[in-house]
Design a protein around this ligand. Structure first.
Ligand code: CA
Length: 233
């Protein structure tokens, strides 16, 4: 079994926590960052984690990245349908980043700008790509990573679960090794804390989830922040 640490915090500025996270047996980890007016963001992200949990626990294991994507597709239908039925929920959506570990294999399914990182041999690598407008500009070479970090449209997503009738989901599978450390997090961490600090905390802290949250709060805590850290045996 892996060693798992998880934490979420409303941050220092916002009044609601629109992030949701869940650990599903066996070895499945989900973070979601909801968006939408009033309480709609909380509704979207909590529907995401609940629907994914129900879908997976009713699917025969072992799962793979296709199963994870099917779970997100189901959540997309449910969130979209509710948003069409209820005026208060119009336009709501959520990110979804799911990691599943099965022995020496790992796979993920991903939508939005929450992130999956892998720390291996002391090197922190971002595994997922952000589905954001600024990331599109970076990939086209129109702006730099540094400009993306302070861009006025940095919060605009190009894909979100439940925001449209269909959603495009990134998936992949790869090998997991002993001592790999996976981090799933919402942008409330990555907008507040640089990669170097994240890597240092993952390598040295006995309570990495708590210490990552504290680092985000120390740097301003402008957004909700959620993290799941998974250390592979
Ligand atoms: Ca956020």
């Amino acid at each position: 079994m892996s060693k798992v640490f998880q934490a979420t915090h409303v941050g220092k500025v916002r009044h609601n926590n629109e992030d949701s996270l869940i650990v599903i047996e066996p070895e499945t980890f989900v973070v979601a960052d909801g968006m939408g007016g009033a309480s709609a963001g909380e509704v979207a992200s909590s529907m995401l984690v609940e629907t994914v949990k129900n879908f997976l626990t009713n699917s025969p294991a072992p799962w793979n990245e296709i199963t994870l994507a099917q779970a997100i597709t189901r959540a997309n239908e449910e969130i979209w349908n509710l948003s069409q039925q209820n005026e208060d929920y119009r336009g709501m959506g959520t990110t979804a980043t799911i990691l599943y570990l099965d022995g020496d294999r790992a796979c993920f399914a991903h939508v939005g700008d929450s992130r999956l990182y892998l720390l291996r041999n002391g090197i922190l690598e971002q595994i997922t790509e952000d589905h954001s407008y600024v990331e599109t500009l970076v990939r086209r070479g129109e702006i730099t990573e540094a400009q993306a970090r302070v861009h006025p449209m940095k919060n605009v997503l190009t894909q979100a679960v439940g925001a449209m009738s269909e959603v495009q989901i990134d998936t992949a599978n790869f090998s997991a090794q002993p001592d790999d450390v996976f981090l799933l997090c919402t942008d409330g961490l990555t907008n507040m804390v640089d990669d170097e600090t994240i890597a240092r905390i993952l390598q040295t802290s006995p309570n990495p989830a708590e210490d990552l949250i504290n680092a985000a709060l120390d740097n301003g805590g402008k957004d909700n922040v959620s993290v799941i850290v998974v250390g592979v045996d």
